[in-house]
Structures are given as structure tokens and as C-alpha cells.
Design a protein around this ligand. Sequence first.
Ligand code: MRU
Length: 428
Amino acid sequence: MSPTPVDDAPVLGAFRITGGRSFYDTASVEIIDQLLLPHQEVWEEVSTIEGAFDAIKTMKIRGAPAIASLASLGIAAELLNLLNNRPCPSFPAATLSAPPAELLKLLLDRTAYLLTSRPTAVNLREALSRIEASAKAEASAQGATAESLAKKVIDVAVGVWVEDKERCEKIGKNGAKWILEKLEREGTIQKGEKIAVLTVCNTGSLATSGYGTALGVITSLHKQNRLEHAYFAQTGPYQQGARLTAVELASLGAPNTMVCDTAIGALLGEKRVHLFVAGADRIASNGDTANKISTYQISLLAHHPHPHSPNPPVPVLVAAPLTTLDLSMRSGREIEIEQRPSWEACTVRGRVVDPAKVAKGQMVSPAKEGEKVQVETVLVTPPGTNAWNPAFDVTPASLIEGIVTEVGVAEKKEGENEYDLRAFVEEK
Ligand code: MRU
């Protein structure tokens, strides 16, 4: 079996294993309930496929790589329980003594179910396809049994989680190197000068198995002492910036300021920002990129500085693992965009505090793990208001200067508006 992943994340991450034990011992993983962050740190155990599905659907966990990891761990947990004669809802105990084809059939039913949890992020489909392919190969291998099939799938599923953190560090380093070299080459900054970066949504260790993608680029710049400032968009209506990126940047000790989504144009006109870096949920083979809603409009603004401002256009960098590339899609027109319920856009969730204290800057201290604070969901619209609430938008390749992955940075050919990501992947 694969090496045992350990919980060594120095900053708050999406996952942990109880008591520093191995996933193979616990057959479960704990996820932090991101609906309650930053006000309350509540960990929830997930040991079933149904549990993983619900956590993804309700967005207790979110971020393209993290949801792929949790879906995979849900499958692995149930199969571990099956092998150890413990209850597991998806696979009856008798499956273990039946031909492997029976376990394969049940497994394929469960992967199809998990795939319906959230449609836009391709990482989920990629992970589930990898699990399915390994199960099919094992089921048809000479001498295969249900037990050998279960073990094979557990290995592949745990691998989805383990590999994510390592590749995120590479993405961060590659992205930081690319932007610093580009700005120095173009004479925009002096050698060694620090840069200011804008990002959107949450793409850090809460959205991945650790380190993050776009936030990984910012982390790498900060670790090299090349980050002057990180601006992050509030990211309504779900407030991933305000609730999650704010926590991650603070725990990294990176200088940071939140920017309301409605203030991005003004920010780029007034402050010198050197880079807009975003994550991705699905990238078509021509480089069109689906990411958190507002990424498109921020990219447009980055290319069109305010006419009264001396600031030059800001390069746009997309940071994602290779598993986010969907080479089966020619362009972003084919990407399905998830619509979230109207009520999510009509409400805010937050900690109940005394507004007078907040106005005086006397904010109460953050809650410790286990400490109960009052977190409430408040309606901000008239009851019955209907909101159009797409979770993602597509930024056209023409607005993206680079796509950084764990194997390097893809760029467009001189004078072209689109990428050839198939050629990029084949070359690597
Ligand atoms: O709806 P969410 O919070 O799952 O959306 C997340 C994003 O859009 C991220 O930018 C993307 O998944 C990349 S995370 C490394």
C-alpha cells in the first residue's frame, strides 16, 4: 500500500487524521467545516461515500483539488471497512466473497453518484476516472479477487490525496519564478524588488490537500521575501476570500488587505499591483478557464487600467495542477457552470458580535477549537428575492498570460489568442 499520509500541515488545512494516526488505521478522515470558518473550528469525521457526497454538495469542503481528494477518501474509507469486516453502507459484506465483477459494479454506481455532487471542477471527474480505470484493470486481471480489487482501489484513492500537496508546492515555486523573471526581464521591477499580488476566492490549504495553487504562488513569493502585499477579493456571495483566504494569509504572516469585489477596478487604478493570480476548476485545451465567479471581470479590469491611472496592465496567471486541464474540451463554451441555490446569494453567515465594539476595533478574539460562538445565517434581501447565482465563470484564454502547473508554465505563442495545452502536456 502507499506510504501513510501524515497530518503535518503547519497552517489550517482542509483535512486531518485523528490523533496523528494513519488513514489506514482510522478508515476515516476529518474535514474542517468551512461553512463555519473563520468563526468556529469544527472538525467532522467522514468515513462513507454518502458523507463525502454531502460535505461536497453543501460546501463544507470546497476547492477543486480538495473535493477530488475527499470523494476518493470516502471510497477508500468504505473499502477499508469492507476489508476489515466493519459496517460500510455501499458494499455489503458478502461482496468480499463474490467474484470481483460484483464489487466493480457497486463501485461504478458509487463513482457515478459522487460525480453528480458538483459539476464544474474537473479534478473530481479525473480522480474518479482514475479509480474506475484501476478497478476495471484489476477486475479483469488473472487471479483477481474482490479483496485484491478493494486493495488496489484504496491505494489509488489515497494516492489522489497524497500527491496533491507535493504538486502544489511545485506550482507555487514555478508561478513565483515565472512572474519575477517576467517582470525583471521587462524592466517592470528591479532585481530583488518585491511585488504586490491580487487573488480571488480561496485556493490555499483549505482548497487543496495542502499549500494551495494560486495561494501557493503567493506563499512562495512570501517565503522568498518577494511579496510586498497580497490583496484578496472578498468573493461574494460565498465569501471564500473574506472567510478563508483571510485566515490563510494571516497564518502565513503575509501582509494582506481584503478588497470588496466591487472595488477591484478602483484598486487596480490606485495601487500598483503586479500580478493577478487565480486558481481554476476546469481549463479547456485552448486555455479558457472556469474559476470562481468574478475571475472573468477581474481579468478584464487587469487588462484595462483606469485611464486616469499611471498603472500599466496587470498580467493574469492561472495556477492549477495538470488534473485541472480538460483536454477533451476544445474551448470554455463546453464547460458546465454550476448554479448554486438562490438563497445562498440572499444570505450571509457570520458571527454575532456587538457592532459598536467592531466599529471601535475592539473585535473579540477568535474562538479556540471546541469553543462555541454564535454563528448565524442572516437574510439580506426581502424574503422571496430570486438571485441568479452561478458559482463560476469562464475567463477566455486571450486574457490569460500564463497557466502554471507542477511541470512548468504554459504560454501562448506570439500573436496567438489561445493556448495549445495538448502540445504543452505532450512536451512535458
Ligand atoms: O465554489 P468553490 O469554493 O469550490 O470554488 C473554488 C474555486 O473556484 C477555486 O479557485 C478553484 O477550485 C481552485 S482551488 C485550488
